[in-house]
Design a protein around this ligand. Structure first.
Ligand SMILES: [Zn+2]
Ligand SMILES: [Zn+2]
Length: 313
């Protein structure tokens, strides 16, 4: 049956009203909200088999991306999360283990090669500037060829590194204050957590750390704490398969945080939501969400989110 003219007009009018209202609402929400998207939740440099990408966390503040860590696969994960690569603007590296920086240069390259305007500021511990310089040397032939042959802008003029070697404020703009806390990740001395204080939300990313009470102070009252986590029975199973098991076990125990201790940090910090990420082991699909969370819950009574790739918190 064909709709009457009146029915058609009603439908058309409600579509127009809804369209403008819904779009308006979506836009205003986007402008005001601070969003957190887990791009990669697998701890460690091995490329995962169980659906987790290597570490990276995206914070969108007033629609501007702030990216913490650049594990392998981050370019693809960023696109999948809905952020076009030429929108890349700020990168923060927690420390220089390769699961946190392996795709730093390639990510910027992938943004540059879109041909659209891109300008990136990257922040991190000493070694960052050398890493950028070395990447540009590694791709010197390609970059110089494309500048000459395709008339591209020199990418080395579009990428700025900002190194720091002690905790403090690393960036302040109209939307956010970004500060750091030195955490405990031996043998690496320069390993940091980041805190983003925006007008509507505070978000803390632990980086890689053993139990660090100073992190609880740093994260005090945050809306969201994204904390790394290591599950001991899971690593015992993993270690059985490896020739360097003893050394690796010592490193893991000294450098990462067990669920109970993550719970203590979240409780001391009184955060509203705790998000588990950087899972060690990160590719053992037999470990359930409940197994990750149960140790945490003994000490922390707030909301616990067991992170998954591309999950928004
Ligand atoms: Zn790591
Ligand atoms: Zn690490």
């Amino acid at each position: 049956m064909r709709p009457t003219r009146r029915q058609f007009l009603t439908t058309a009018t409600s579509f127009i009203i809804c369209h403008s209202l819904c779009n308006g609402r979506a836009l205003s929400q986007q402008k005001k909200s601070t969003r957190v998207v887990l791009l990669g939740t697998k701890g460690g440099p091995r490329v995962g088999e169980a659906g987790r990408s290597n570490p990276s966390t995206l914070i969108l503040i007033n629609d501007v991306p702030y990216l913490v860590d650049c594990g392998y696969g981050v370019s693809k994960q960023l696109i999948t999360s809905g952020v076009a690569l030429n929108r890349l603007r700020y990168i923060f590296i927690t420390h220089h283990h390769s699961d946190h920086n392996l795709e730093l240069g390639p990510l910027f390259y992938n943004a540059w090669i879109t041909g659209l305007p891109v300008k990136v500021d990257a922040y991190g511990p000493p070694g960052l500037a050398n890493m950028a310089r070395d990447f540009f040397n590694y791709q010197k032939f390609d970059i110089d060829t494309r500048i000459e042959d395709e008339g591209r802008v020199d990418p080395r003029t579009l990428f700025t590194t900002h190194e720091f070697d002690k905790p403090g404020t690393v960036l302040t703009n109209d939307d956010v204050k970004v500060s750091t806390c030195l955490v405990r990740h031996p043998p690496i001395k320069q390993s940091y957590a980041y805190r983003f204080d925006a007008s509507d939300r505070s978000v803390v990313i632990s980086g890689d750390t053993a139990y660090a009470p100073e992190l609880a102070e740093f994260a005090k009252g945050a809306d969201v704490l994204v904390h790394e986590v290591m599950y001991l029975p899971g690593i015992e199973a993993l270690l059985k398969r490896l020739p360097n098991a003893k050394r690796l076990r010592e490193h893991l125990m000294a450098a990462h945080t067990l669920p109970e201790d993550v719970g203590k940090i979240a409780a001391q910090a009184e955060v509203k939501t705790l998000v588990l990420s950087h899972f060690v082991p990160g590719d053992d699909a037999s470990i359930t969400d409940e197994q990750w969370a149960e140790g945490v819950r003994k000490f922390y009574k707030g909301k616990i989110v067991v992170g998954k790739d591309l999950m928004e918190v």
